[in-house]
Design a protein around this ligand. Structure first.
Ligand SMILES: *Cc1c(COP(=O)(O)O)cnc(C)c1O
Length: 250
């Protein structure tokens, strides 16, 4: 039998070149290596941080490629886009997290698509999610905190967190798992450090309240340019888009 050695690039698989496949394997490896490096610097176990691949603006074919490269958790910031994409993705067993603002009229669709909603920033939104859940199901959520206090950004003000948490904890179809934040963008990722530290401190103080049914185990913070700093400050989940997929157009 004659084996033909195929070049690593130029082939086409569902509209994505095999060059693309290889580049996802190597960009995933590079991100995971940086994550592990950050863990080791502060004496954390690399397994203590999960990677969420932010697939917004990327096609279902690209998601399939990244999934084949070994990635299982994906994040989307728009419900409609996620619905169209998820229906086309072929790989099974993937987890989808909503990381963008959720409008009331999209909640019904969102609870059918996502295994976690990271962007809950009001009691009203939490109530609507609770109301739309199937009677026998519970939605894991994170409360999004606007640690930078930027007026144009979504998220709860830090001072409103405790009050909100106490209300949300009463809803039977939600399970609070922790906190999420998007700090102000700074050229130098070190400047984001105080914001990550603040979120970690908030999680500690909320955890100390020992509210029944509330866990503070998940700290979702850190994006492509600052996830290493976020890990050094205690992130247990980083949300990485452009470092995995390349720059987005939109
Ligand atoms: C787009 C997005 C990310 C990923 O950003 P990158 O800089 O591409 O890694 C993370 N979190 C949220 C909420 C986002 O909207």
């Amino acid at each position: 039998m004659l084996w033909r050695v195929e070049p690593d690039f130029g082939g086409n698989l569902n509209g994505v070149s095999r060059w693309g496949m290889n580049s996802f394997v190597s960009s995933l490896a590079a991100v995971r290596e940086s994550m592990a490096g950050a863990c080791l610097r502060v004496g954390r176990r690399p397994e203590s941080v999960r990677l969420l691949a932010v697939s917004k603006t990327q096609s279902a074919a690209v998601v399939d490629q990244v999934a084949m490269a070994g990635q299982h958790i994906f994040g989307e910031n728009r419900v409609q886009e996620a619905r169209d994409k998820i229906s086309l993705v072929r790989q099974s067993g993937l987890q989808w997290h909503l990381i963008g603002p959720l409008q009331r009229n999209k909640v019904k669709m969102a609870v059918q698509l996502f295994q976690m909603i990271q962007s809950v920033d009001s009691v009203e939104l939490a109530r609507e999610i609770d109301r739309r859940m199937p009677p026998d199901k519970i939605m894991p959520i994170l409360l999004q905190v606007n640690v930078g206090g930027e007026t144009q950004k979504s998220g709860l003000a830090s001072r409103d967190l405790e009050k909100t948490l106490l209300e949300v904890a009463r809803l039977s179809h939600l399970s609070v798992q922790g906190l999420m934040t998007v700090p102000p963008f700074t050229e130098d990722p070190q400047e984001a450090r105080p914001f990550f530290r603040e979120l970690a401190e908030l999680a500690r103080s909320m955890g100390a309240l020992a509210i029944e049914g509330v866990s503070m185990d998940t700290l979702s913070m850190g994006m492509s340019h600052d996830f290493e700093v976020a890990i050094e400050e205690g992130a247990t989940m980083v949300r990485v888009g452009s470092s995995l997929f390349g720059m987005r157009d939109g």
